[in-house]
Design a protein around this ligand. Sequence first.
Ligand SMILES: Cc1ncc(COP(=O)(O)O)c(C=O)c1O
Ligand SMILES: N[C@@H](CCCC[NH3+])C(=O)O
Length: 476
Amino acid sequence: MRAHPAGPRHADVLVPANTAGARPSTSDDLAQLHPGVWPRNAARRADGVVELGGVDVRELAEQYGTPLFVVDEDDFRSRCAEHAAAFGEAGAVHYASKAFLSLDVARWVAEEGLGIDVCSGGELAIALRAGFPVERIALHGNNKSVAELTAAVRARVGAVVVDSYLEIARLDQVAREHGVRQPVLIRVTVGVEAHTHEFIATAHEDQKFGFSLAGGDAAEAARRVLKSEGLRLVGLHSHIGSQIYDADGFEIAAHRVVGLLAELHAEHGADSLADLSTVDLGGGLGIAYTPDDDPPPPARLAEQLREIVRRECAAANLPVPRIAVEPGRAIAGPGTVTLYEVGTTKEVVLGGGAQRRYVSVDGGMSDNIRTALYDAVYDCRLVSRTVEPETGAALSRVVGKHCESGDVVVRDCWLPADLAPGDLLAVAATGAYCYAMANGYNRLPRPAVVAVKDGRARLMLRRETEDDLFRLEASL
Ligand SMILES: Cc1ncc(COP(=O)(O)O)c(C=O)c1O
Ligand SMILES: N[C@@H](CCCC[NH3+])C(=O)O
């Protein structure tokens, strides 16, 4: 994940090391919604109020309460369409539903023609309930239970990505019991560990996912799948990490996966591998969380990946396989913002006479744990009113209401100096891994999620209520 810079990025000596950048010089700077970071249909009106999908944020807060996840439906769909166009075939793009999943989301993905990745029985159940075309569902996971494998085989999902020898045996048995030859991809650990803007080639492959290439496990997995009666080898799969901006890590991964493909051809011959037509390079395509971030457009990355695989296959004298990818964040992330209401503000004097304003909002690490977990950075703006030109900016830390000092939503940002209780803040690019990782810490209710489109809002997931707190109690 993105790490904090080591020190201050500007020369303002009164300001302690922060990740907010230089103090904005005008109220327009404070108000700006950078188009690379904010949803495609977000706009600030002349009166300073922000509209999302044409809906006034104050109306959204009034009707649905805060914290509130607001999803720009057209933004989400347009990113599906862009990835489909970039990879030349919608079916080659599987939306990684772990980023954010609901019935509506599954239906949007299905309507846009993409496939979907699920990595648990729960995600599979939602995709199936949404009526997602089963042949476009792929099941992932390093420890799928027999019940999950059975549910997948019964549903006739398009693929299972196998992850261990035990699972190959288990899935083979389940498939045979159901009279099915289950298509599978083999998850290969290629020895590339991707970080935010860089990658590190690991000498050893010390992680829980996949079959090691270096150790020969991936080749042995292929032997076992090819020998089995219940399984059909349709692809090789690699996933190198998340929030990646450049193609270098993918290049090494593709090189190594194609190398394995060549080994398999040499060992088994093309006829035995007639169904092995897909190389899935996984997810991990990065997005902009702040105006400084500049991720490549999907079309450029797709072209780079195609070129890499083409080159590697030519060198190995192999037919070029179909390239598949599994973006989660790049589809779900940018189109959603979280709305919060300011509850309290507090000035805290720091060493050297510096001061930091703590702005407490009505959510926190229960609706966005990424800051606490990964030191994630976000863009946060006042969205419910205008800021007068003479109002200055205060270096602020937006914190939640949990009993934990690490309960930070945005570590450093510039907010109007006159920010007050009742103001609405929005945090951008929260569509991926925020609601999905939401939790009930301190028994806070999970927020509602609404979709906005063409000036209308529609509830996707309702807010949890006090009744929900007691739903699981066996002692009522
Ligand atoms: C196998 C696999 N595919 C796809 C993804 C989606 O990643 P991202 O949301 O970064 O695109 C992940 C998560 O990192 C994953 O583990
Ligand atoms: N949950 C992580 C990414 C992990 C992706 C799943 N393999 C995030 O918030 O960025």
